[in-house]
Write a protein that binds this ligand. Sequence first.
Ligand code: PSU
Length: 306
Amino acid sequence: MSLLKPKLSQEVADALANGGAIVALESTIITHGMPYPANLETALSVEAVVRENGAVPATIAVIDGELRVGLERDELENLAQAKGVVKASGRDLAVAMVRGQTAGTTVSATMLLADLAGIEIFATGGVGGVHRGAEQTFDISADLTELGRTRTAVVCAGVKSILDIAKTLEYLETQRVPVIAYGTEDFPAFFTRQSGYKADHRLDMPEEIARAMHLHHQLGTGTGLLIANPIPEEAALTPDFIDGTIADAVREAEERGIGRKELTPFLLARINELSKGESLKANIELVRNNARLAAKMAVAYAALKK
Ligand code: PSU
């Protein structure tokens, strides 16, 4: 059976045809991860960072049932303010198409659509993972299984300690996904540069990561790679502050019985409120930082493939 081709923006289509550097970007961060207008400002500024570093941004979403790779400015503006937008992981895409829905794509859906379009590098803030208490709830993000089956390199700032980081790393190991920390031995925890756990590997140059990606695919592994890029020192939050805030938000979610796909958006919004906007500022900086690294990797990767 032939695979679907998402609709490409002209800029993305041209870059693909010329073997140019492209960075995929997700849209759940816009629709469910940040409040308006910070979500729009972040989306635009992340695209600008990708361009400044020599690559073409491809923000991915579902708009009125159509799979889209590369959005125009007015489309980003609409998406950032749209009401009733669905949060789609890979498994939700077909139904969103049939129902003509508009959806923010999570890491798993964005990987899948990037892969269909032929884009191999993707920048985001944090990936989903194994939730705390998963031994009871089985709440494990589809992002992790997608990483085990789709050849996309995902640049993130690690995972938040709303998740069980040790179990998330175990699960990635089971899925045969290499976890490469950039410029550090430590696996970062999103708002902080250290999580208390080591990454599997350390590489110090974007070009080295691009080479590792290339070899990983040439080995026929068939899996993605997780690139963990610590938040810049000056934007990082203190572990005491953020751990306390996260613990409060997690407790509240338990008390209110919030789970499944509502859990991550609830925790993100609540942490932002409880931290009086501090977490949002850090979030914006780390996404920009990831876009910068991903663009540099994409430039090096495009040169390797020529
Ligand atoms: N973590 C963040 N910000 C986000 C998300 C996660 O710090 O915006 C979003 C991403 O789109 C991710 C999704 O793919 O949440 C994971 O949701 P779940 O835990 O329901 O799989």
